[in-house]
Ligand binder design. Structure first.
Ligand code: AVJ
Length: 322
């Protein structure tokens, strides 16, 4: 086994500053919103983990099946020596890919990146034991930072799985895909896992489950602002909303104020008023069509794509060549 390493690029100070500036911008806008990345404190990560096991939440298990069924095909089409995974979390699903990529023979190094030191630390140790010939090097950072400091020393593939691309609004998505294309050399690859547009009767319950776990996950962002910015949000005065936005083809999660109230956020010296029924957007989760994502990749500067989908066509893996 090769001893794994972890490199930390994120300071608590930077994270705090990012949260303050996101909260300032989002809470003082005419249409309030908060970026979804702040869901994931310890409790939020645990709630997300529970979401992935809910009967209604099909994306995780569909992507896992898809990775299992197409890992060898992906490995045959992949030419990477270094796999860089953005937002790797526990790397649980990536294992399926690592097995095929190491058997196929070209992969030498796995570089998972995540903002959570805890998740990354346990993942790298486990993976190094499971794949003794693989060099495992974790990077704790923001993914934009990772992109601009990509490891060198071999042909690379960047993996961005889990459908997280859907959290970006179209402009951010174009910018993200453009910078991935820019940092990759010709012959290198991007592997995306994206949710596909399917029946709203399937999509909506995945974000509004009967047990109310997604509601707790959504409301948890208010506790994050209370804990980290000293705010006094009362989560019991907000209600979870999840809807399918047909025109934009995304699921939108919101928090709706059930009564008028004023909230103070001392760390950014802000007072925010909510009207009764006012809704604040907390996440978009865009769903894609195969033609659409291929077009976006093309516009960003990628060459040909290979696409694998599950048999119900709810999720896709897209391997794009630079
Ligand atoms: C982790 C961003 C892929 O959008 O489906 C799950 C997060 N939000 N339930 C998604 C999430 C509500 C999830 N991603």
């Amino acid at each position: 086994m090769i001893e794994p390493t972890v490199e930390v690029h994120l300071s608590q100070g930077q994270l705090d500053e990012n949260l303050r500036s996101d909260a300032r911008a989002g809470l003082s806008a005419a249409a309030k919103s908060l970026p979804p990345k702040w869901f994931y404190d310890a409790r939020g990560s645990e709630l997300f983990d529970r979401i992935t096991r809910l009967p209604e939440y099909y994306p995780t298990r569909t992507e896992r099946e898809l990775l299992r069924d197409s890992a060898t095909h992906v490995a045959e089409a992949a030419s990477a020596q270094i796999l860089v995974e953005l937002g790797s979390g526990s790397s649980e699903k990536t294992r399926l890919l690592l097995g095929a990529l190491t058997e196929h023979g070209t992969l030498e190094r796995y570089v998972p990146q995540d903002v959570s030191v805890a998740a990354l630390d346990s993942a790298v140790h486990q993976l190094a034991r499971e794949f003794p010939s693989l060099q495992v090097h974790g990077i704790v950072s923001d993914f934009t930072d990772t992109l601009h400091n990509l490891p060198r020393g071999g042909r690379r593939m960047i993996a961005f799985l889990g459908g997280t691309l859907g959290n970006l609004v179209p402009d951010e998505r174009a910018e993200f895909l453009g910078s991935v294309a820019e940092v990759l050399d010709e012959g290198e690859q991007l592997l995306l896992g994206v949710g596909l547009v399917t029946d709203p009767a399937v999509m909506v319950p995945a974000y509004d489950d009967a047990a109310g776990v997604t509601a707790q996950f959504n409301l948890n962002v208010l506790s994050v602002l209370n804990d980290r910015l000293g705010a006094n949000f009362d989560p019991s005065r907000f209600r979870h909303v999840a809807l399918w936005d047909e025109r934009n083809e995304w699921i939108e999660m919101r928090l709706e104020a059930t009564e008028p109230m004023t909230v103070t956020v001392p760390a950014i010296d802000l007072e925010v008023s909510f009207a009764e029924g006012e809704q604040m957007r907390t996440e978009i989760s865009a769903k894609f069509r195969v033609e659409g994502i291929c077009k976006e990749l093309d516009a960003a500067g990628f060459g040909s794509d290979r696409v694998w989908t599950d048999r119900r066509e709810r999720f896709a893996l897209v391997l794009a060549d630079r």
